[in-house]
Design a protein around this ligand. Sequence first.
Ligand SMILES: C[S@@+](CC[C@H](N)C(=O)[O-])C[C@H]1O[C@@H](n2cnc3c(N)ncnc32)[C@H](O)[C@@H]1O
Length: 589
Amino acid sequence: MKIFGTHISSGAFDYLSNHLGQINSIKEANNKLYRAFGIVNFFECENDFQLLKKSLLLTENIVSESDRAEYGDFQTNSELTNSIAYYLTTKKIQPSIVIEPTCGKGSFIIASLAHFNKIKQVFGIEIYKPYVWESKFNIIDFYLHNPSENKPDISIIHSSIFDFDFNSILKDIKTSELLIIGNPPWVTNSKLGSLNSSNLPEKRNYKNYSGIDAITGRSNFDIAEYITMMMIEQFQNKEGHVALLVKNSVIKNILFEQNIKKNAISGFEKHRIDSKKEFNVSVEASLFYFKLNTKPAYKCTEFDFYNNSEPTLNFGWLKDKFISNTKLYIDSKEVDGLCPFEWRQGVKHDCSSIMELEKRDGFFVNTLNETIELEDNLVYGILKSSDLKDIVVGKTRKFTIITQTKVGQETNYIERLFPKTFSYLNTHKKNFNTRKSSIYKNKPLFSIFGIGDYSFKPYKVAISGLYKTFHFTLVLPHNGKPIMLDDTCYMLGFSKKEFAVYTLLILNSDLVTRFLKSIIFLDAKRAFTKDVLMRIDLAQVANLIGKGKISEKLDVFNETYNTNLNMDLWNDFIEEISLVRNQQLELFN
Ligand SMILES: C[S@@+](CC[C@H](N)C(=O)[O-])C[C@H]1O[C@@H](n2cnc3c(N)ncnc32)[C@H](O)[C@@H]1O
């Protein structure tokens, strides 16, 4: 049965039809519903009261379902909310106040009413009016089936969480035990940006990231992360607990920030759920639990929600190091330091239809299937993450136009020196000018990013940021030209082939693999990042593995790839990486 486009059980429908028919005042109706079900101000205004009375006569779907993408709308099924509430009772949690920050249809509220019998007050906040109704209908239905259950005061508030004044409820919370429970929206601020949605907190850049990081995506965050942070800031000094279903990335970020923020929270638990089964989405998510008003803690224990007797691993801060698996970290921690070379992200152009080219019958063809004539000078082979499957790569499927040798360089020269290239780019000027990212604003025409001297080094050691394969690839020049990498990849550039191969052998060692496994988060979209790669102390690993072992590995490499490299430059290599390392250490000490 549907009313206002939301579901209503036949029990709740019959109850409301039978009891509201004769009532003409909103006050009387609200009193009746409060006495029967504990719901405070069931009708927020006269209009709502009249509307419901009228609608009870027509049980049609009056309001059609709108596009809910901007609200990150994934309602939690009652089996899961009940299991979560049950789990909390096994931890002896018996709250007197329950807050559901984005309550949707009220599944967590119902599960709380069913499992916690000491609740005195419930606050549910929800932005979408049909869900506010549905929560109330579901509460009626719950009490019609469970008339003897404890009936706290229940407020279901129609508001955006970002406008809700928590101080209005904070004053009631003194010594009472609080439970913040729910499943905040699964949507990122960049997705909201693309939907032109205003469902965002006011302080958009709330982590205070600045400059390029903010622009290129480091500031991209899930609004669930913001809501979780809001809850922490508001309630960390109150007795209580937080249990929220969130993406794993949110949990990782909250733990990461804990080292700086030192919030009064601890007892972190991450219980992995099967999002495909529960929400039919392919997102890694978990129940995130922690305790409020405690000495700050910095480590989180991970469990499988469906079999949560034994923890699977621990992650978080170990002194000043952030790690994904403490056990693995212990025997590879010597690797953790500072890479003497700077890892760089590949080329970024955000214009793939024009800039991604293939070669067919001697001509370049773009993804719009246009055949193009270009001078060779600015055309370079380019590799994507998916091209880095092998240990050595010396040619490419794709090509691109490298319009600049460093970020911000003027591009007028293209018209003068390479008329065919200019004509092609200029014909598609609109594609460049309509690129969304603000990094291209007020920059020369056809600008690209992720470009510098390092891009033109002949030998590169690269890794995909997206694939979780833990292997590094040697990228060789093709026809005398360096091969480029796209912005899903990270690379180190070398002038000497030997240096590149020594680095490759070091990075592909078991020790580095173990170390990387102990610090990367496999469920992150981009598992390998510059921050992660910069932690590999090449000089230290070279030392630990030793020249003899590397020499053996080099023999195997020579045999496999038909090369004839030797260890003659090893000492120069060690000298260079140690020198840079020592300079870095001086800087940091
Ligand atoms: C992932 S759903 C979960 C709903 C409910 N907590 C549950 O577990 O079933 C997220 C909910 O947040 C609501 N929502 C989105 N933005 C909101 C906002 N700014 N303020 C309050 N609620 C919001 C959505 O309408 C949706 O009902």
